[in-house]
Structures are given as structure tokens and as C-alpha cells.
Design a binder for this molecule. Structure first.
Ligand SMILES: [Fe+2]
Length: 204
């Protein structure tokens, strides 16, 4: 009872709109491999393609997260879209010059709405790194596009914590330390297969 009383009291003293503004997630270029080929299966599980038996090759990972506005309120029903290279670093895109093999069992692309409390989740494989130019290997990353009426469309790239190629990436290294922190997922429960990514949208 006592804690309930104090809990209620403090939330009255510090209503959510008084919380310092959250920094919005930095934008990043869309890149050349936004999916262009029609695809029926765009559900949250990228490790299985409807109608195919085999799972995608590579290391299984889970990405969970939430979408917020900059005042810290959850944003429900935002369209959260991702696309990424397969475990070998190859996109399912006709203009990807990487000779690494395609994986017919990898979905590569997904669109889900954020749900209760702004939550979303994806089951996928760790994307491979890939060459992006002379002396430049892009670190594993996942492209995100997040849309919701009333907010600025967010196009960005999510990175994985502690990857050595993060240190030399020409896109990520253009960002300030504070921005990089907002673009790199967190490890959950100290498992290298579970990541958390918080997205903060800017109101339009
Ligand atoms: Fe990419």
C-alpha cells in the first residue's frame, strides 16, 4: 500500500511530459539495396520463407524493441520495416554486386506494426559484413524504415555492439559518439543472440 501511494505521488509530481526530451534516433542513408522484388512473406520471422522447408543459413538472432516519441510515450501501430543482407553478406537485390551466394530460405525483408507499448520483434539471422568499396567492409547492420502518421519517417541502420568493423565503418564513424550509441543495439541478458533496439521518432 505504502509503495503504491508513493508511486502514485511521484508520478503526480513528475508527470511524463516533464521528463527530459529523449533524443530521436539518428537518420542514415537508405542505401542501394532497398527491396524491389515483390515478396509475399514479410512477416516477423525472416528465418523461414512460406512454402520452403529449410531455415535460413546463419546464426539465429532475435531483435526486440519499442518505438517511442521524444517525450517517452510508446508509439503503437507504427510500420516497422527491416531489410538486411543474409549471413554471407548478400542482399536479395538484383543490383547487389557481392558474389556471395543468395540464400533462398532467407526472407531478407519484413514489415510489422508496433504493438502494445510500442513493442516489436524480429527473428532473423546475423547479417554478414560485405565490401562497400576499396578498403571498406561494412559491419553487420540491419536497415530500418519506421513510419507513422504524424511523425517524420525514419530511415536508419541498426548496428551490433562490439563488432570490430563498427570502428572503421565510413557511415557509422561520421556520427558523433552520442549518435552511435543510439544506433547500436544492446545485448539482452548477456546473450549474443538477443538484442534490443529502442527507436525514438520525431513528431512531424
Ligand atoms: Fe546495407
Amino acid at each position: 500500500m505504502v509503495s503504491g501511494f508513493f508511486g502514485g505521488f511521484t508520478s503526480w509530481l513528475y508527470p511524463s511530459h516533464a521528463v527530459a526530451e529523449d533524443r530521436t534516433t539518428p537518420h542514415e542513408i537508405e542505401g542501394p539495396f532497398y527491396p524491389v522484388m515483390p515478396q509475399k512473406d514479410k512477416d516477423f520471422d525472416l528465418t523461414h520463407v512460406t512454402g520452403r522447408r529449410g531455415p535460413a543459413k546463419g546464426k539465429d538472432i532475435w531483435i526486440t524493441g519499442e518505438v517511442y516519441d521524444s517525450a517517452g510515450n510508446p508509439v503503437e501501430d507504427a510500420m516497422v520495416e527491416i531489410w538486411q543482407a543474409n549471413a554471407e553478406g548478400r542482399y536479395n537485390h538484383p543490383h547487389d554486386p557481392n558474389p556471395a551466394p543468395r540464400d533462398q530460405n532467407f526472407q531478407g525483408w519484413a514489415i510489422v506494426p508496433s504493438g502494445t507499448a510500442g513493442g516489436f520483434r524480429f527473428h532473423t539471422v546475423m547479417p554478414g559484413s560485405y565490401p562497400a568499396g576499396p578498403g571498406w567492409e561494412r559491419p553487420p547492420h540491419i536497415h530500418f524504415k519506421v513510419m507513422k502518421r504524424g511523425f517524420v519517417e525514419l530511415i536508419t541502420q541498426m548496428y551490433f555492439p562490439g563488432h570490430p568493423l563498427n570502428e572503421t565503418d565510413r557511415l557509422l564513424q561520421r556520427k558523433t559518439d552520442a549518435e552511435q550509441k543510439l544506433m547500436i543495439a544492446e545485448v539482452l541478458r548477456e546473450r549474443d543472440s538477443d538484442f534490443h533496439y529502442r527507436i525514438v521518432l520525431e513528431r512531424a
